[in-house]
Ligand binder design. Structure first.
Ligand SMILES: [Zn+2]
Length: 320
């Protein structure tokens, strides 16, 4: 197995004694490295990376499929400073990861880098440039009770305590996918309302980006888990009202808000389609509805776009 060539740009190194010494030390180190690590390192810019959907905008979730010539021991990626962990199919030639474009990312071109350690002790680095287009998000004025726009000191203490609880729930995610197959809407019949990504003006004062999808749902409509996972939070919060958070593994979580009744508890495993709660109007809500958020490593993604991605089946999870 031939070591990768080591190239040195001589124009950078002037032939002073110090630089000649440095150059010799560098070459000796490089030779020693490749003698000790007889791995072939290659740089690939081909079509071994497949991104679905092919068009991305801010708020898009996406599936990365990596096809390798040989089985791999591990595959990792880097995207927007996020570390991406891939999982394999049975032959370990094909690896998958779900990732996303933050709703507030400025559209443009951004690099995706993937590193693969193959079973034959070779290493591959794959590169792809992802183009992020502008999603057509709107500005929407809304009216809610003043206590949600200018909370009093007691409410501010509650909001601060809620943040600690949520940060803890978001802090750890399973090291493997807990989901299997496509994600499904939490309410099959209720229509989606306020679009994901809209800029919202609460009482004309506070602007925020809507980081989820709202469903018109009558009070007490059964709410289903959008995929399998483990419940990491199930309790009332100030803004969110009755809230459930499900970890789907590898940094992906779904968040259900304004619930009137919660039917699961933290720590419990749930199946895709399992009823986890009843919808309501609790917390900062303009009326009865379900708010669904999809969060990947701190970035909020459009749930409607997640349903459209054809996903591989992973090991199914049994509910307890
Ligand atoms: Zn909402």
């Amino acid at each position: 197995m031939a070591p990768a060539p080591v190239s040195v740009r001589h124009s950078v190194l002037t032939p002073s004694l110090t630089n000649r010494t440095l150059l010799r030390a560098f070459l000796l180190t490089a030779v020693a490295f490749f003698a000790a690590h007889p791995a072939r390192c290659s740089l690939t810019l081909d079509d071994s990376i497949l991104i679905a959907p092919s068009q991305l905008s801010n708020g898009s979730p996406f599936l990365i499929t990596v096809s390798l010539p040989n089985p791999a021991l591990s595959v990792t990626g880097n995207w927007q400073s996020h570390q991406i962990s891939f999982f394999p199919n049975s032959d370990r030639h094909t690896w998958y990861a779900l990732a996303g474009v933050d709703v507030e990312l400025t559209p443009g071109n951004y690099p995706l880098t993937i590193e693969a350690d193959l079973k034959d002790k070779t290493h591959q680095t794959l590169h792809q440039q992802l183009t992020i287009e502008t999603a057509p998000y709107l500005q929407v004025p809304l009216t809610v009770p003043d206590k949600f726009v200018q909370p009093d000191p007691k409410s501010l203490r509650q909001i601060a305590a809620d943040k600690i609880v949520k940060d803890k729930a978001f802090a750890t995610s399973a090291a493997k996918p807990l989901w299997t197959g496509n994600f499904l809407p939490p309410l099959r019949l209720a229509p989606q309302s306020d679009s994901f990504g809209n800029q919202r003006l609460f009482n004309g004062k506070v602007a925020s980006v809507h980081r989820g999808l709202d469903y018109h749902a009558k009070l007490h409509t059964p709410v289903a888990a959008i995929n399998s996972g483990r419940v990491v939070l199930a309790r009332p919060l100030y803004f969110e009202g009755g809230c459930v958070i499900i970890d789907h593994g590898l940094g992906l979580m779904s968040v259900y808000m304004h619930l009137s009744k919660i039917e699961v508890s933290a720590g419990r495993r749930v199946r895709r389609g399992q009823i986890i709660a009843l919808s309501g109007a609790s917390g900062r809500a303009t009326g009865p509805h379900l708010h669904l958020g999809v969060r990947w490593q701190g970035s909020y993604l459009d749930p409607a776009k997640l349903y459209e991605i054809q996903l591989p089946t992973t090991t199914p999870l049994r509910a307890r």
